[in-house]
Design a protein around this ligand. Structure first.
Ligand code: 3PG
Length: 308
């Protein structure tokens, strides 16, 4: 019988945990171990000691965690971005790493629009704001979340643009979205830019002064991706220079205190990352993770593997 640990500093909804338990215990005959809302890394190091598989969210899995997890065979990041897992260390420990692409993308896209409306309406302070209808929205990276943003933007009757260095233009344009040739073009064209790039060596610190300074008047930058893709000093500088711009983010910047103090009325950050925090996304991603683990342990299926 395999032991499968769900270790979530930010827990899934209870209904999702019940679904995960059903897959692991009732259907596969394995054992579910739960570590929720842990405060210290030591708790994670202790919990991974005797488990065969691990389901995580944004929880960090580094070489130290992998060293402690002597029996571990697979880690599934229940979600899209796996920048929180040390892939090389996992490979060195002979541990398979997977994600569950697409399972929480509608939830993230819906939050992007919630944040857009909130900023467009001046954070509900009683003054006149503006409407999304007819505005140009730029989707920076056309993956699963980006596609959902495009789908929802159609309902708002927006003009939709996208830039993705890796997605062919034909794929973007099949969705009736205008594909542009560069990030610079996206930012200079669109009043609203919604970020959906992963945090990689190439993208880290890539959104800052130069790109954001290109945005049209009353520009709004929405970040439901990662804080690491932002050059915080550069972004803060342009937002201070251009008092018409706003920044809303689901991932609190390191320099949150400076952003709040210097950009009063033009900046908002969620206290905790909320994009994927819906019952539906928790159920989809959590159950997919459990099924992927059982399929790997019992049948060797490696679909969605992200390390070598
Ligand atoms: C993801 O990469 O799937 C999202 O950022 C969600 O992250 P979370 O599971 O920590 O909420």
């Amino acid at each position: 019988m395999a032991r499968i640990l769900v270790a979530t500093e930010k827990p899934f909804a209870a209904i999702a945990v019940n679904g995960i338990r059903k897959v692991i215990e009732a259907e596969a005959g394995d054992e579910l171990v739960l570590l929720e809302k842990y405060q210290e890394k030591a708790q994670l190091l202790d919990a991974v000691k005797d488990v065969d598989a691990l389901i995580i969210r944004s929880d960090k899995v580094d070489a130290e965690v992998l060293d402690a997890a002597k029996q571990l065979k697979i880690v599934v990041r229940a979600g899209a971005g796996y920048d929180n897992v040390d892939l090389d260390a996992a490979t060195a420990h002979n541990v398979c790493v997977m994600n569950t692409p697409g399972q929480n993308s509608n939830a993230v896209a819906e939050l992007a629009f919630g944040m857009m409306v909130m900023a467009a309406r001046n954070f509900y302070n009683g003054t006149s704001g503006w409407e999304l209808k007819g505005k140009k929205v730029g989707i920076h990276a056309y993956g699963n979340v980006g596609r959902n943003v495009a789908r929802i933007a159609k309902g708002f009757d927006m003009e939709i643009y996208a830039y993705d260095a890796f997605c062919p233009k034909e794929v973007i344009e099949k969705d009736w979205v205008k594909a542009v040739d560069s990030a610079e073009e996206l930012y200079s064209t669109c009043q609203i830019v919604s970020l959906h790039i992963p945090a990689t060596a190439e993208t880290k610190g890539s959104i800052g002064y130069d790109l954001v300074s290109k945005m049209p008047k009353n520009g709004l930058l929405v970040n439901t991706a990662r804080k690491e893709v932002i050059d915080e000093a550069g972004l803060l500088k342009i937002l201070e220079e251009r008092t018409d711009l706003k920044y809303v983010t689901d991932i609190m910047p390191v320099a949150h205190a400076d952003f709040s103090e210097r950009l009063a009325g033009r900046y908002f950050a969620t206290p905790k990352k909320m994009g994927a925090q819906t019952a539906e996304a928790n159920i989809n991603a959590g159950i997919a993770a459990a099924k992927q683990i059982e399929d790997y342990l019992k049948n060797g299926v490696e679909k969605f593997r992200v390390n070598k």
